[in-house]
Write a protein that binds this ligand. Structure first.
Ligand SMILES: [Zn+2]
Length: 175
């Protein structure tokens, strides 16, 4: 449940997603939404729709914003997020980021005394496997796209199946 106790500490408002949060931070670091829109080669109002969550951010644009934000963190332009005490959980729609080794969904900074940067290593809360923060988010974004495609494909399949069944339900011709 968004906003629940396991929800990532970065998400202060339940309406905020990893997409909108990342774009906001990237825009700040870039010097404004106009600068970020230019960098992503999209009209300003398109970016605003992404940032408000009214339109889904395309994965390519999201990954580019993520990469720029990581760069701005490394140069000190963007402030990293303070590391909280709660386990980190990364959610996009119905999906959670998972440990590639054991499938666990809770992570912690490898060094809890340091601010949480996108290049920071995280450790799986169950098996201790390490993963870079930004890689985990990028993987989740890609999985979310595949998931959306799979859901759409399943719906099309069901609809086609329904049509076939409807056709078959017409009176059988005795053989
Ligand atoms: Zn694990």
């Amino acid at each position: 449940m968004p906003g629940g106790p396991n929800f990532t500490v970065a998400m202060k408002e339940s309406k905020e997603t990893i997409y909108t949060h990342t774009l906001k931070r990237a825009a700040e670091a870039e010097g404004g939404t106009a600068a970020l829109a230019g960098l992503l080669h999209v009209p300003h109002n398109t970016l605003e729709r992404w940032m408000s969550g009214r339109a889904q951010t395309p994965v390519r644009a999201f990954l580019k914003a993520l990469e720029r934000l990581a760069h701005h963190e490394s140069t000190g332009v963007a402030r990293p997020m303070p590391a909280g005490d709660e386990p980190l959980v990364f959610r996009m729609g119905p999906l959670l980021a998972r440990c590639s080794r054991c499938d666990h969904t809770e992570f912690a900074p490898a060094d809890p005394t340091q601010p949480l940067k996108l290049v920071s290593p995280l450790v799986c809360g169950a098996c201790g496997e390490q993963v870079i923060h930004s890689n985990l988010i990028a993987q989740l974004a890609q999985d979310a796209v595949l998931h959306t495609h799979a859901v759409t494909a399943a719906r099309v399949r069901r609809q086609n199946e329904f049509k076939r069944v409807s056709v078959r339900k017409k009176p059988d011709v005795p053989s």
